[in-house]
Design a protein around this ligand. Sequence first.
Ligand SMILES: Cc1ncc(COP(=O)(O)O)c(C=O)c1O
Length: 390
Amino acid sequence: MHISQRAQAITPFLAMEFGKRAALLEATGREVIRLNIGEPDFGAPPAVIAAMRAQMDGRAQAYTDALGLPALRAAIAGFYATVHGVTIDPAQVVVTAGASAALLLVAAALVDPGDRVLVADPSYPCNRHFLAGFGADVALVPTTAASRFQLDLPAVQQHWNGETRGVLIATPSNPTGTTVPPAELAALCDWVALQGAWRVVDEIYLNLADPLADGRPMPTILAHDAGAVVINSFSKTFGMTGWRLGWCVAPPALVPALERLAQNYYICPSAPAQQAALACFTPETLALCAERQQELRARRTIVLEGLAAIGLPVPVVPDGAFYVYFDIRGTGSNAVQFCERALQEAGVALTPGADFGVCSADHHVRLSYASSRDNLREGLHRLEQLLQSG
Ligand SMILES: Cc1ncc(COP(=O)(O)O)c(C=O)c1O
């Protein structure tokens, strides 16, 4: 059978591949500590689960508007007002099947074949695959610990040329958990806007970022740049990965294109999941999410202290999400070998840097601390034993 060049070119998502291999090991009776995948172990908030149960009373679950339930779009706009003090017209909110579908629609709406797009190396792999899938020439811009493994304005200016049409930035980042400081992001977006180019900011971990020094939440780029396209999701903040629900906030001129694409690509996001997600934006659920965020910070401390104690340095301390990106140069292995050994010999699933780019990929490994404290302690203990065994 003929398989398209596009499908042949796409590389596997290693975080999921290591997950598949962990499942195979588990099937043989081994107990694996899974620190490979970015999936909070909390699950959906109880009010959301109760709302979903109420939906399952036999009523027909019809298609919704392609852009999502009007009530949910309004609730999401209200979330920006309450949490970030930013006024968004609900008509700018597009509810999607996860941030993934938001990225799919946005890439389809913004990219023409040959357009050059700047993306940080390292960064979340699927984002650049969405862009490349629509013919973008994705320029992976090397970053270092000095720029917190994020794009900054000098790097963007250095890599800009006449074909560059946009930038895609995830802050906080996957795999490093580091943010772009808000003033730097604002300056970068201003400069890119001056070039007449688009800014897509993936804020899927924004509501899991540490607050600013004055206690205010990490701001959305929309507080500064109303022309940016912002991506977000119910997956991480609300622990709803498998529910497949996300959103984007787009400038009004882009929304009709996103609507036509959504109508054609998947008609609408899941109707019952949308109904249940209305329960995300109550004060009770938001308070629960804040508690969960505190718990994630405690887990981060366990992991940072544990990795330091066993000689695996973390070049930049994360200030959001639930990832650490640690340096394995001292082990004598490259990142893929290290992850293979960690899985096979120690029963710990991790993700090698190769998932996220090329420049620091060989000697970095991502650990997701969205797992219980006990699992994290056990995983660190097993890694220590692995390193001691040579
Ligand atoms: C930076 C980033 N963007 C988007 C996604 C996709 O999330 P979802 O489709 O579950 O909302 C992920 C998932 O890990 C991510 O890390």
